[in-house]
Design a protein around this ligand. Structure first.
Ligand code: ZN
Length: 307
């Protein structure tokens, strides 16, 4: 039974439900979504996660260092920073960004006030500026203080963190961060767990190189590595093992082979994006951007570019 509601109540309910359904932990308009629930969770050997709203934050706390990877949005960054005062024993030393998206860098301003430095891959600042220029009423982005082209290595007490760029993937400026002694890798949005990912082609993404990156990382890292994902299906963990990394590689393999076959068969983009991948039916969607159709559309554009 549908309860009797007047039109205004119905619209309010529908748009609220729509907003919650579409955005979940991924993105939301500040002030309209339900307040985020902050969760601090241990991963392994002083590496932890923080989830509230936006991409997963990873953090390392030992007696000599407090390192934060990604900053979500200003409101959830504040929750993270407040919680770290009790969960950690010292102030924040360094912040790293995995990539430029606002749900990973929107809280940079909150951490800027306390951290010595914010560090990101070299393409991140220009991509932050580009994204802000394309977003109505966007605040000026808080840019990193230091950047790196290929690698950045940082000693943090008895831990070593190695940042690395593998070329275009989810955007044109994704880095992963390896906590080498803990055996934990923060993948940023190069890893989505059971979720149709955003592929930001205008920001330089490449599905083909993203697939290769997942293969390379899975091969290079020790087998028992724990991977932190930028996003995961609702009510599922944000950490995973190598099987989930190769499983996500298989997803892109299916996307690319379906798209290649469609193009070879003379199908239009609309026909290709209407394809299904039954083996990945369990993946969560969030329309309009985070759907199989959107990913197939990017694959079609990528594979037909310049042809
Ligand atoms: Zn992203």
């Amino acid at each position: 039974m549908v309860p009797q509601l007047n039109r205004r109540e119905f619209v309010a309910l529908s748009s609220g439900a729509l907003l919650a359904g579409l955005t979940g932990r991924l993105r939301a308009n500040a002030g309209q979504a339900a307040p985020p629930t902050p969760v601090f969770a241990p991963v392994r050997r002083n590496v932890n996660t923080f989830t509230a709203r936006g991409g997963t934050i990873g953090w390392l706390s030992n007696k000599d260092a407090l390192i934060v990877i990604d900053t979500q949005y200003p409101d959830s960054a504040r929750l993270c920073l407040d919680g770290l005062k009790t969960h950690a024993t010292r102030p924040v030393d360094l912040v790293f960004n995995t990539h430029h998206h606002i749900d990973h860098t929107g809280g940079n301003g909150v951490f800027r006030a306390v951290a010595r430095k914010i560090i990101a891959q070299a393409h991140v600042p220009e991509l932050q500026k580009m994204a802000a220029a394309q977003t109505p009423n966007a605040e000026a982005p808080v840019l990193p203080d230091a950047t790196f082209d290929q690698t950045w290595t940082e000693k943090a007490g008895d831990e070593t963190i190695a940042g690395r760029y593998y070329g275009p993937g989810h955007t044109g400026g994704d880095a992963i961060y390896h906590f080498q002694r803990a055996g934990v890798v923060h993948m940023g949005d190069l890893l989505w767990l059971q979720f149709h990912p955003r592929v930001d082609r205008p920001a330089g993404a490449s599905i083909q190189n993203w697939l290769k990156t997942l293969e390379t990382v899975a091969r290079q890292m020790p087998r028992d590595t724990i991977y932190i994902a930028g996003h995961a299906k609702q009510a599922t963990p944000v950490t995973a093992g190598v099987k989930d990394v190769t499983g996500f590689r298989d997803y892109f393999d299916a996307v690319l082979s379906t798209t290649r076959k469609g193009i070879a068969d003379g199908k239009s983009k609309a026909e290709v994006t209407a394809s299904s991948l039954p083996q990945f039916d369990s993946y969560q969607s969030a329309a309009p951007a985070l759907t199989l159709a959107a990913v197939l559309g990017v694959a079609y554009d990528e594979l037909t570019a310049g042809k």
